[in-house]
Design a protein around this ligand. Structure first.
Ligand code: VG1
Ligand code: CO
Length: 543
């Protein structure tokens, strides 16, 4: 096999964000763009020669050509074996599962997650390390440094691999194994949950609806819910992964998962509804006419973990990202375990999971997971809920309301302003920062500011420091507002405003969070001048 060395020049925009490098498809289609990033990744790694690399993606437009390029570059760079999901399909948690199970040195996951796909949509590349999790910042920084100076890349001159046929082929010295995308992941799920009890639930009167939004979880959800667990055929909707997600926005929230929301908030709604995102790591949980806030879902999963076989032995601890509500902190306190607060992005949970400091962790952005892999895991969360429902024999709403009665309710909401002018967004953040020295102690409306800071995190395991992780204004009654700019968008800026207040009184729990949080919402606008600077009357998405 001939190996070609191709001359190239650097691109100046290959800095990975919250979760890998994300750009619009035409950016990735520029000559050498993908190749530069992949070669920079190999250049910044050590000791991978002859070892295994996992490769797969969420099936979006450009997945297949990108995989062919990556396989040829992996062969040229001395990788021993590449494991690829059939058809190029691997959900993010399934890729994490394979990396761990087969002792791969890492994995390349092709996805822009919840961003739209298609020729004009987004594409993304993420590198995961040997624990199965997203590369930590020191690795992504090294990759970025490499992209600034790259002059050449290596690629094998070989024919394309038939990604649809299971089995092994060679690209020169490198073996390519095309594996079943679902089998290993499904086996892992079966080892964690009580499939017998869930099957009894699903075969009874219980009605469930799983919307895969034409993204990656379709084949996984059909194999697990309809085949292994006996749910009615048709339980999984939009179950065929499409390159453009059927024109939709594969983001499981109340705005973009509108069909499911309509079903679950209609008359004669099913008992349980769920959706997942482009690459299968997010989940939204709904009951009959009931929305479960992801922060509450995390708290509830932690509080009910003893009902689930894989977690019966107890949790070592829990963690949440900083903007996630403090509902899980209350569970941790009641159960006498540690609760860690990390910056946004799953990469920050890796060290805590590896060191067995935590078993379960999550983010407000519809992400929940555990030490079974090193990514958030959408279907895992759905199965966790089904296992709890099978054990408790109550409705989703009853379980959540009961949780609030025990722990109090953390009212919580996230307001996203998508596609805002970047300069204005930066001005808004700078304007907030400027107030930080004078805010503490000040009265704002009915609130008194307790602290105002730019969140900084010191990893308790390796001591690494991550700064500028979001602006927080905390009040003396425990309420908070947090401001962040998204690190996953590809156009303009997305401002995220996170709002939280705590209500111990059960008589006041059944209020709409937008009502309960209204004073904070008004205050946030006043303090940050959101409307004035963004020119927007209302957020694009409210969760
Ligand atoms: C968003 C979420 C964050 C999540 C990240 C990746 O990041 O807020 O919680 O970890 O997406 O999720 P940002 O920087 O846009 O706020 V996914 O499903 O893309 O892997
Ligand atoms: Co995702």
């Amino acid at each position: 096999m001939a190996i070609k060395t191709v001359s190239t020049t650097p691109f100046d925009d290959q800095k990975p964000g919250t979760s890998g490098l994300r750009k619009q498809v035409p950016s990735f289609q520029q000559p050498h763009y993908l190749e530069n990033f992949i070669q920079s990744t190999f250049n910044s790694l050590e000791d991978y020669q002859g070892k295994t690399l996992v490769v797969g993606g969420d099936g979006r437009y450009y997945n297949r050509p990108a995989i062919q390029t990556i396989l040829k570059m992996a062969a040229a760079n001395g990788v021993g074996k590449a494991m690829v999901g059939q058809g190029g399909i691997l959900s993010t948690p399934a890729a994490s599962c394979l990396i761990r199970k087969y002792d791969a040195f890492g994995g390349i996951i092709l996805s822009a997650s919840h961003n739209p796909g298609g020729p004009e949509g987004d594409f993304g590349v993420k590198y995961n390390v040997s624990n199965g999790g997203p590369a930590p910042e020191k690795v992504t920084s090294a990759i970025f440094e490499n992209t600034k100076t790259i002059r050449e890349y290596k690629i094998a001159e070989a024919t394309d691999v038939d990604l649809d046929r299971l089995g092994t082929v060679q690209i020169g010295e490198m073996t390519v194994e095309v594996v079943d995308s679902v089998a290993d992941y499904a086996e892992l799920m079966e080892s964690l949950f009580d499939f017998g009890k869930i099957r009894t639930l699903l075969e009874g009167d219980f009605r469930m609806c799983m919307d895969s939004l034409h993204a990656v979880t379709g084949p996984y959800a059909k194999a697990i819910f309809e085949q292994a667990l006996g749910a009615q055929p048709g339980t999984v909707t939009n179950g065929e992964p499409l390159e453009d997600f059927g024109g939709g926005h594969p983001d499981p929230n109340l705005v973009y998962a509108h069909d499911l929301v309509k079903t679950m908030f209609g008359s004669d709604a099913p008992d349980f509804g769920a959706a997942s995102d482009g690459d299968g790591d997010r989940n939204m949980i709904l009951g009959n006419n009931f929305f479960v806030n992801p922060s509450d879902s995390l708290a509830l999963i932690a509080a009910n973990a003893q009902l689930v076989p894989g977690y019966k032995a107890g949790l070592s601890g829990v963690a949440r990202s900083m903007p996630t509500s403090q509902a899980v902190d209350r569970v941790a306190k009641a159960l006498g375990m540690s609760c860690y607060e990390t910056p946004t992005g799953w990469k920050f949970f890796g060290n805590l999971l590896d060191a067995n400091k935590i078993t379960i962790c999550g983010e407000e952005s519809f992400g929940t997971g555990s030490d079974h892999v090193r990514e958030k895991d959408g279907l895992w969360a759905v199965l966790f809920w089904l296992n709890i429902l099978a054990e408790r024999q109550q409705s989703v709403e009853e379980i959540v309301v009961d949780h609030w009665q025990t722990y109090g309710r953390n009212f919580y909401s996230r307001h996203d302003y998508e596609g805002v002018d970047s300069a204005k967004a930066n001005e808004l953040m700078a304007g907030l920062r400027d107030q930080f020295s004078t805010l503490p102690g000040q009265a704002l409306g009915d609130y008194t500011v307790d602290y105002a800071d730019d969140f900084s995190y010191t990893d308790p395991i390796d001591g690494s420091i991550s700064q500028n992780q979001g602006l927080r204004i905390g009040f003396t009654d425990g309420s908070r507002m947090v401001f962040r700019l998204s690190g996953t968008g590809t156009q303009g800026a997305t401002l995220r405003l996170y709002l939280e207040s705590y209500e111990p009184d059960a008589a006041k729990h059944l209020v709409d969070p937008q009502e309960a949080l209204k004073p904070l919402i008004l205050l946030a606008d006043k303090t940050a001048k959101i409307k004035e600077l963004t020119g927007r009357d209302a957020p694009t998405v409210i969760t």
